[in-house]
Structures are given as structure tokens and as C-alpha cells.
Design a protein around this ligand. Structure first.
Ligand code: ADP
Length: 229
């Protein structure tokens, strides 16, 4: 569960980037966050990953109250939250397999378990047969699916996808969205930001709209039956 209670973040004198935001996301929800450039979407996500601290307000994620979070707890928190971004951030000198395996190596997983675990996520994102390819041998959509595989291989509770389709043509964008839906179906909470209104309209998921740092809309799309508060 993600809870933001009257969260404000002010970077400088220009005024708050987000202001008194209340947001409640249940486990396993899929939430689309929309808003124009500068609305405060990235700030909101950075508060969740603890790249930024709020100026005021309360944040609780998966039972962790961020006010009580010590610096040494942050790596543990980040294992619960996978992230993918518009620009993929893959390691160019590593293959698809190695890029994903690396996320497990750095948390100390042994080779045997890595060899067992990585193929499962490669399968999940539909990249079987591409294990030995390097990022520059893949399409943009495939690269983003590697990034998703790497983000979910440690089985985070939450996946944050910040404009993951921003660099992709419509077909590849939808391939990526379908993978996010699959990840969500496996029980991961997904927070997606996008500018793509076609995706927003067709996805039929909860849409939270942010404008000037405030939540100005929170609606369930047709076919999605969560009560909106
Ligand atoms: P979005 O992701 O919706 O484009 P951002 O969260 O990046 O919006 O930005 C919200 C506001 O906060 C903007 O006015 C932006 O200029 C400002 N902002 C974002 N990051 C910083 C920062 N590190 N320092 C100062 N201002 C920032």
C-alpha cells in the first residue's frame, strides 16, 4: 500500500513542485499518472523512491513510514520498488542476460539461482531467444522490456514506470504496456506516468491527474470498478 498524506515538496523559492498531495494506492493496483511537463509527476515518484525528501507531509509505503527511515534502510526500500525510465539505462557492454543478472549479483545472489531466475523474467517480458544480444542489437521496445525485466527480477512490490514509452513508436509502446499489465497481473503494484493519451484511454485503469503540483483528478476508467474517493 502507498499512502501520501498532505505531501508537499518545495525545491526552491519558486513555490512547491507538489503541494498537499493525498494519494492512496492499494496493493496490486495499476495507476496511470498524467499531467503536463512540470506538473510534478517525477517529483512524486522521486519521493516514493526516496531520491527526494518531502518538505512536509507523511509517506508510508508497504508499512514503512518514511519519517522513520534511516539512511541504511534505503537499499532495502529500493529493493521493494523497481524503476524504469524513458531512456532504458541498460549497460551497453552487457548482454540481455547479463543486464538482468547484474541486478541479482549486486544483492549477492549466487550463480545457480541467477541462472534459474533470469530466464523466467526473460520469458515474462517476451524476449526468449534474445538472451545473448547486446542492447544496441535490440529495438527500443525490446530494450525497454529488458529494463522492465531487470526492474522486476528481484520481485519488487511496486514497479514505477516513468514515461517508459516516451521514446517508442505506438506498436512498441503497446508491447511495453502489455508487459506492464502482465507484471501487474503477477501481483506487482504499477505506477505509470505517460503523455500518451491513447494509452491512457485504452488502458482502462485508474487515472490520477496532476496539475501544478496538485491532484486535480482521480478517476476509474470504464471497466475498472474501484471506488473513487
Ligand atoms: P514532471 O515530472 O511532471 O514534468 P517535475 O516533478 O519534474 O514535473 O517538476 C515539477 C516542478 O518542480 C517543475 O517546476 C520543476 O522545474 C521543478 N523541479 C523538479 N526537480 C527540481 C529540482 N531538482 N530542483 C529544482 N526544481 C525542480
Amino acid at each position: 500500500m502507498i499512502l501520501l498524506d498532505r505531501v508537499t515538496k518545495t525545491y526552491n523559492k519558486k513555490g512547491p513542485a507538489i503541494e498537499r498531495i493525498n494519494l492512496h494506492v492499494e496493493n496490486k493496483e495499476f495507476v496511470v499518472i498524467v499531467g503536463q511537463s512540470g506538473a510534478g509527476k517525477s517529483t512524486l515518484l522521486k519521493l516514493l523512491t526516496r531520491e527526494e525528501k518531502p518538505t512536509s507531509g507523511k509517506i508510508i509505503v508497504g508499512g514503512i513510514d518514511y519519517e522513520r527511515l534511516r539512511d541504511r534502510d534505503i537499499p532495502y526500500l529500493r529493493r521493494k520498488i523497481g524503476t524504469v525510465f524513458q531512456d532504458f539505462k541498460l549497460l551497453p557492454n552487457k548482454t540481455v542476460f547479463e543486464n538482468i543478472a547484474f541486478a541479482l549479483e549486486i544483492v549477492g545472489m549466487g550463480n545457480r539461482e541467477i541462472r534459474h531466475t533470469v530466464p523466467k523474467v526473460i520469458d515474462l517480458v517476451g524476449l526468449k531467444g534474445k538472451e545473448d544480444n547486446y542492447p544496441n542489437e535490440l529495438s527500443g521496445g525490446e530494450r525497454q522490456r529488458v529494463a522492465i525485466a531487470r526492474a522486476v527480477v528481484r520481485q519488487p512490490k511496486i514497479l514505477i514506470a516513468d514515461e517508459p514509452t516516451g521514446n517508442l513508436d505506438p506498436k512498441h509502446a503497446w508491447d511495453v504496456i502489455r508487459v506492464l499489465e502482465k507484471v501487474n497481473k503477477h501481483g506487482t503494484t504499477v505506477l505509470l506516468t505517460t503523455h500518451n493519451m491513447d494509452i491512457v484511454n485504452k488502458l482502462k485503469r485508474r487515472v490520477v491527474t496532476i496539475r501544478d503540483g496538485k491532484v486535480v483528478g482521480d478517476r476509474a476508467s470504464a471497466g475498472y470498478n474501484k471506488q473513487v474517493v
